[in-house]
Write a protein that binds this ligand. Structure first.
Ligand SMILES: [Mg+2]
Length: 238
């Protein structure tokens, strides 16, 4: 039994995105993209010709291109590219902050018996800079550095689910970007969009989100008190 039910599903775990969902970091992604394109041009690659607009995917695509010429050059490029983006992420983390209600939210979910995890495309050093006591609040924190395939690839959620040992169909993924909804759907969890980032309710509905919340803390309003759960349901472990 769980005190949180969404679409008749008992929720035993919530996996949160970080930036825009639990914290505000204001990472300058266009500066990041420009810096990577500049680095690419020093390798004779026009970054604008690469298919994907997301920085991590641009790096991966460029790495594959460079690999055809020289594995060594590709690996040096990747190291240089990650140094550039990490410097921008750490700078943003220095100025960024957790949303004021984040610690209380994670604490109340734990009191309600709901496991919490965070998955992020950001690096671990930046997350810990913003939220130094994160391990006191979350059973699993899976950053870019901890997976081969970042979200929207399901490996990112799967790694978190393996740590917290909760089945995907009793899990809710919450994020501020349609990519978070795609991630949840790819991994087979329920999904909720939050309006604390740059996207609107219709963007999340279009992405197929099961739920749209003004902010992540709104999920607490959906948690029942134990006495509100019918006796018959209290016997059911799921
Ligand atoms: Mg986000």
């Amino acid at each position: 039994m769980s005190l949180l039910q969404i679409k008749n599903t008992h929720i035993h775990a919530i996996i949160f995105d970080f930036d825009g969902t639990l914290a505000r970091l204001n990472i300058d992604f266009s500066r990041m993209r420009n810096a990577i394109r500049e680095l690419l041009s020093s390798y004779g690659i026009d970054g604008n010709q690469l298919a994907n607009g997301f920085v991590l995917e641009i790096i991966k695509e460029a790495q594959a291109l460079l690999n055809r010429q020289s594995e060594g050059a590709a690996s040096v490029f990747v190291q240089r590219a990650y140094r550039i983006i990490e410097a921008i992420e750490l700078e943003a983390a220095e100025r960024g902050d957790l949303f004021p209600a984040t610690r209380k939210l994670l604490q109340e979910l734990r009191f309600a018996g709901i496991a919490c995890a965070i998955i992020t495309r950001n690096c671990r050093a930046a997350i810990v800079k913003t939220f130094p006591d994160i391990s006191d609040y979350c059973a699993a924190v899976v950053c870019r550095d901890n997976v081969d395939m970042v979200k929207p690839h399901p490996e990112h959620i799967n790694k978190a689910l393996n740590i917290i040992a909760i089945p995907r169909h009793h899990t809710l993924m919450i994020g501020d970007h349609p990519l978070d909804i795609a991630t949840g759907k790819n991994a087979g969890t329920l999904t909720a969009g939050v309006l604390t980032g740059h996207f609107k309710e219709e963007d999340f509905l279009k992405s197929g989100a099961d739920l749209v919340l003004k902010e992540a803390g709104e999920i607490l309003k959906m948690i029942k008190r134990p006495e509100e759960v019918p006796k018959s349901e209290r016997q059911n472990p799921c």
